[in-house]
Design a protein around this ligand. Structure first.
Ligand code: SF4
Length: 185
């Protein structure tokens, strides 16, 4: 590892400590905030305990405890799938959507908003590359945004107005901005 790589690694570690320290001072645990954020960004195929487990890269037991705590606080609700009773989908409640306004991660936004558009674009593409490579090494799913997936069909006759060629379902414009566990580059 050269000294530039080590410096970047140290910066990422410090940044992650700032994020976790901020979250640790709030009313929810860091893992509970991560679960709420995921549920606010994930599409309907991904709002499940198993997708959350894959997204967070933690054990099923940890996710189960996190979801039970959020349910007790009235921030999420679980619904059994009508077609498959063993499958559960998770929704944010109105209270759950509301508490995201107090997300401690937003404290970092002020610093990020100081960057110019070209700095933001460079930072976003660089971090995406690092994250994707790290996930590939761990066989993790990238959970990309739907409209950048190779199966996304924009404005098609049998879409609403878009369509997923993998799952063979219509997609609204709002759904095309959400993240998906099946996303493929
Ligand atoms: S197009 Fe890709 S990302 Fe979108 S729903 Fe289908 S598989 Fe998921």
């Amino acid at each position: 590892m050269n000294s530039h790589s080590e410096h970047v690694l140290a910066l990422l570690e410090r940044l992650s400590r700032v994020i976790n320290n901020d979250a640790g001072l709030s009313e929810l645990k860091p893992a509970q905030w991560e679960a709420l954020r995921f549920l606010s960004q994930a599409n309907k195929f991904s709002r499940t305990p198993s997708a959350l487990t894959s997204y967070l890269g933690v054990t099923k037991g940890t996710v189960s405890q996190t979801l039970n705590a959020l349910e007790r606080k009235g921030l999420i609700c679980k619904k059994k799938d009508a077609g498959d009773r063993r499958s559960v989908s998770i929704q944010l409640t109105e209270k759950g959507k509301g508490i995201l306004n107090n997300d401690p991660l937003k404290a970092l936004l002020g610093a990020i908003e100081q960057l110019s558009n070209s700095q933001l674009n460079t930072l976003a593409s660089t971090l995406e590359l690092v994250l994707t490579t790290a996930l590939q090494q761990r066989a993790g799913a990238p959970f990309g945004v739907c409209k950048s997936c190779k199966y996304f069909m924009r404005n098609v006759v049998d879409g609403t107005p878009h369509r997923c060629a993998l799952l063979q379902v219509p997609l609204t414009s709002m759904e095309s901005d959400l993240i998906c566990r099946e996303h493929t580059n």
